[in-house]
Each structure stands twice: as structure tokens, then as C-alpha cells.
Design a binder for this molecule. Structure first.
Ligand code: SF4
Length: 205
């Protein structure tokens, strides 16, 4: 049994997690438990039809007009780039990336809202850390572009936020080792919009 637990610990130490789990964990710690450990599909839409139209509408716009806002000289641009961080044990796909020979800038679009949640911010920062590690470039800021006016909202990396990311990764992995359903302080509002509600039998609404 000890050998099984030890090999599980080794597996989870090395096992790379999807970056999107950071946001899901902040929403509710049980979601990564259900999706990663128990294998229930989170059915998270990639880009819905509305989202695909939104993305294609703005793609030429961001290539033509936005690089100057990001302060990058001679930027290159990539869409839906696969990223991995061996330092953070995370991987994912960034919506849009601008970079030049010095800096890398991750960008995420949100159809609605005007300010990122803590989970969305940590997700974008993790993309930036992974891009910086992969390309050996500086990561000093990332952007959200919200709604139809695509007004940029800047987010900045910091040691504190990096520690926050590492802490969440460790908590998710710890939940995988103990296999115990995490406690959740999720509000009624969160639970009623959650697709895993039928699995949480301590939530009676
Ligand atoms: S129903 Fe509530 S407690 Fe259960 S996973 Fe969803 S948000 Fe978390």
C-alpha cells in the first residue's frame, strides 16, 4: 500500500495539470476533483459559436491596431498556442500571443464582463509564465480584452501571484493523492450554475 501511495505521489508530482484548472479551482475546489481525478467531463465550451464569431471578428483588428497598445516593437503574433511550464507543472492553450525578441504578451478575450475574476487572472498569468519559460523571454504583463469595445485590461505578474498559482497546483495534486472530496464554500449562486451539482449531495437547494 505504501508503494502505491508513494508512486501516486511521484505521479502527481510530475503530472502536468491543465492551466484552466486554476480558474476552476478558484471557482470551486471540487471541480478539478471531479474532472481530473474522477474523470467527469466538465463540458467546458472551447469557443462557442458566438465565441468563434467574436474571435474571427476581432482577429484582423488585433493584428492591425492592438500591437501598438501593447508597446511591443516588431511584434509577432500567434493564435491558440500550446504552452507548457515544467516549473509550474502546467500546460494549456493561450488564445493569442504577441512577442518579440525581448517580451512575451499573452492575451485572452472575454465576450462579457469588464474585469477578470481572480481565477481568470491566475490563468492568464500562468499562460504568461509558461510562454516566458518556453521562449526564454521576459513576461511583464498580459491583457484581457473585454466585450465589444475590446478595451485592454492589464494584469501583471508578481511573486505573490506566482506563489498563489503554485499553492493551487499543490492543493489540486494533494486532493488527487488523498482522494478526499474537498470542502467547498461555493455559494448557492455558483452551485446552481454548476454542471456537477448532481454529484454534490451535500448541496440541497
Ligand atoms: S455544485 Fe457547488 S460545491 Fe459542487 S462542484 Fe459545483 S460549485 Fe462546487
Amino acid at each position: 500500500m505504501e508503494m502505491v501511495v508513494n508512486s501516486m505521489k511521484n505521479y502527481t508530482t510530475l503530472h502536468s495539470l491543465p492551466i484552466s484548472l486554476l480558474r476552476q479551482y478558484v471557482f470551486c475546489p471540487r471541480i478539478p476533483y471531479y474532472s481530473e481525478l474522477l474523470g467527469f467531463n466538465s463540458n467546458e465550451p472551447l469557443w462557442t459559436e458566438q465565441g468563434q464569431k467574436f474571435h474571427s471578428d476581432i482577429e484582423s483588428l488585433i493584428k492591425r491596431r492592438l500591437p501598438s497598445k501593447f508597446g511591443l516593437a516588431n511584434p509577432r503574433f500567434e493564435k491558440r498556442m500550446n504552452v507548457v511550464s515544467f516549473e509550474l507543472n502546467l500546460h494549456g492553450i493561450v488564445d493569442y500571443t504577441f512577442y518579440n525578441d525581448e517580451y512575451v504578451v499573452p492575451i485572452e478575450f472575454k465576450i462579457s464582463g469588464n474585469k477578470p475574476t481572480r481565477g481568470q487572472e491566475l490563468q492568464l498569468l500562468a499562460y504568461g509564465y509558461a510562454l516566458s519559460e518556453m521562449k526564454n523571454l521576459n513576461f511583464e504583463r498580459g491583457y484581457f480584452l473585454f466585450g465589444n469595445n475590446k478595451k485592454p485590461y492589464s494584469v501583471f505578474p508578481s511573486e505573490e501571484k506566482k506563489k498563489d498559482i503554485i499553492k493551487i497546483v499543490n492543493q489540486i495534486k494533494n486532493d488527487q493523492i488523498t482522494m478526499l472530496l474537498p470542502e467547498s464554500a461555493a455559494s448557492i449562486n455558483k452551485c446552481t450554475q454548476c454542471e456537477f451539482l448532481n454529484l454534490c449531495n451535500d448541496r440541497n437547494f
